[in-house]
Design a protein. Structure first.
Length: 252
C-alpha cells in the first residue's frame, strides 16, 4: 500500500458528508459507495432522487429526509443518534452538501457537539465547470444561485463583478436569460462560459461574448442546469466553439 493511503474500514460513528454524482451515475467514488453501504442511515435532500442512485449501485441503506425546510428541526435528532453511536451519511441531490445545497446546519450542530464529521469528496458542478473552461484561474468569486428578486440579484451580481475576478454562478433554465441580460447590462464586454447538463447525455459547454449567448438562447429555449462563469473584461478567457457531447451517459 502506498504511503499516506488508508485501508477501507467500516464507517465510524459520526457524520459522513458524501459527494454524489451531478448527473452521470458512474461518477461516484469507491469510498463513497462503501460509506453509503456501511452507515446506519442516509440523510438525503430528496429520498426519491437519492433512491435512484442507491438502487443503481445495489445499496439498501435506509434513508431519512434532510432538506432546507427541515434541516434545522432535525439537527438535534441527528446529534442524539450520533451520540448513541450511529454512523450517518449526508447527501444532497447532486454534488457536495453545503455548496449551494443543504447540509451546513447539520454539520455545524455536529461540530458544536464535539462529534466526528468526515468528508467523502466527490463531484461538484463548480469544479467540473472550472476544469473544462480552459480559463487560467488563480482565484474567482463563487456566488452560487443568485436571489430571485431582480433588484437584489443585480446588486449582488454587481458586487461580485466589482471584485476584479471571474465570477461563477449556478442558474436554472427559466432564469438563465434574465441572468445573461443582467450581465450584459453590468458588463457588456464580458466573455461568458456556459456549462449545460455537465456529465449528462447532452453536455454542452463553451465560451462566447455575453451577447452571443443571449442570441443563442433567444432562438433556442434553455434546458437543463447551468454553470455560468463571467470574465467581466473579457481578458484571459479563450473563446471556443460551443461543443455538445452526445454520449450514452446515464444520469440521475
Amino acid at each position: 500500500m502506498s504511503a499516506g493511503l488508508t485501508a477501507p474500514s467500516a464507517p465510524e460513528a459520526g457524520l459522513h458528508v458524501v459527494g454524489t454524482p451531478i448527473g452521470n451515475l458512474g461518477d461516484i467514488t469507491l469510498r463513497a459507495l462503501e460509506v453509503l453501504r456501511g452507515v446506519d442511515e442516509i440523510l438525503a435532500e430528496d429520498t426519491r432522487h437519492t433512491g435512484i442512485l442507491l438502487r443503481h449501485h445495489g445499496i439498501g441503506t435506509r434513508m431519512r429526509s434532510c432538506h432546507q425546510f427541515n434541516e434545522a428541526a432535525i439537527r438535534d435528532r441527528v446529534v442524539a443518534r450520533i451520540r448513541d453511536g450511529a454512523a450517518l451519511a449526508l447527501v444532497t441531490d447532486a454534488g457536495t452538501p453545503g455548496l449551494s445545497d443543504p447540509g451546513s446546519r447539520v454539520v455545524t450542530a455536529c461540530r458544536a457537539a464535539g462529534l466526528g464529521v468526515w468528508t467523502v469528496p466527490g463531484p461538484s458542478a463548480l469544479a467540473a465547470a472550472v476544469s473544462v473552461s480552459g480559463w487560467d484561474l488563480h482565484g474567482f468569486v463563487f456566488r452560487g444561485f443568485l436571489p430571485h428578486g431582480p433588484g437584489r440579484r443585480r446588486r449582488l451580481l454587481a458586487e461580485a463583478l466589482d471584485a476584479g475576478l471571474p465570477v461563477v454562478l449556478y442558474e436554472s433554465p427559466h432564469r438563465l436569460l434574465r441572468l445573461l441580460d443582467d450581465i450584459r447590462a453590468l458588463a457588456p464586454g464580458a466573455l461568458v462560459f456556459v456549462g449545460r447538463e455537465l456529465t449528462k447525455k447532452f453536455e454542452e459547454s463553451g465560451t462566447e461574448p455575453v451577447e452571443t449567448w443571449i442570441k443563442r438562447f433567444d432562438e433556442r429555449k434553455p434546458r437543463g442546469e447551468f454553470v455560468v462563469m463571467v470574465r467581466p473584461d473579457g481578458g484571459g478567457a479563450p473563446e471556443g466553439k460551443v461543443r455538445t457531447v452526445d454520449t450514452p451517459h446515464r444520469g440521475v
